[in-house]
Design a protein around this ligand. Sequence first.
Ligand code: COI
Length: 332
Amino acid sequence: MKIIAYGIRADEKPFLDKWSEENSDVEVISTGKLLDETTVDQAKGADGVVTYQQKPYTADVLDKLGRFGIKYLSLRNVGFDNVDVDAAKRNNIRVTNVPAYSPQAIAEFTVTQLMRLLRRTNTFDRKMANGDLRWAPDIADELNQMTVGVYATGRIGRAAIQIYKGFGAKVIAYDIYHNPELEKEGIYVDTPAELYAKADVISLHAPATKENEHMLDDAAFAQMKTGIYILNPARGILIDTDALIRALDSGKVAGAAIDTYEDEVGIFNSDFGSFDKIPDERLKNLLKRENVLVSPHIAFYTKRAVHNMVCYAMDANKSLIKTGKSDKLVDL
Ligand code: COI
């Protein structure tokens, strides 16, 4: 049995090598290159493909995998919004993801960024670097005094809720699916509008779907309290960036922590050598602001998460090849 793993980074390689040692019945080929039209030929002869990337898995690539007789594509991450669903279906390609490599990693990072915003650490770091050690006017807010509105209560949303509660915040949530435990606690509100109107912080944990695209737009920001904090460790496409910039300019939004950005593909996890060379003016606009924390999609990036992403995806691919079954199949 042969599996090819694409886009393997240096931090993933030791985990892949260990998995390979422990699974000597599988021939593992790996490449640092991403799976696309220029690299798909390397998959010829393999029984399964394991990948992680944010750029699209296009119809061309999936058609080619289909022609090579490859039926199993295992993603090392959660989101599968970049898979061409029609092409996967027409080639009978079954896709697995890793739904829970570490929801806590993302939740911890989200709350870390919120605390940085509330305690104005970015402002104080910049002031201190310039020799300004004064307190005023950068007085902080306290999370224990605030209401956090969690949008979507899947694994990551629920992990974030636990931490928010630990800080003593009041938590309300919106989701079309209600988690029974949270339902008992009565934390759900009925509409996104209610969440926006009641919360001091909006913590986004929804997947990228057609319905969620630009869910935070001018109209949504208008429904929020003035001075709202926005956290997006989920998917860039959830926020209309132009609307966010307008809401920051008007003071409607007091601060935002953006770990995902709608035009991040090809930009995040790249080194441009200097700030000026970052090829995205809107992103630079956000990066220049003291009350906006932009991070390059790193909420997931912990040792435990990366280990689990590699090993769970390899396990899922092997299981599909051997038995045609996996508990990580996604419903395309
Ligand atoms: C996901 O798992 O879907 C993520 O967003 C993390 C990814 C950048 C590896």
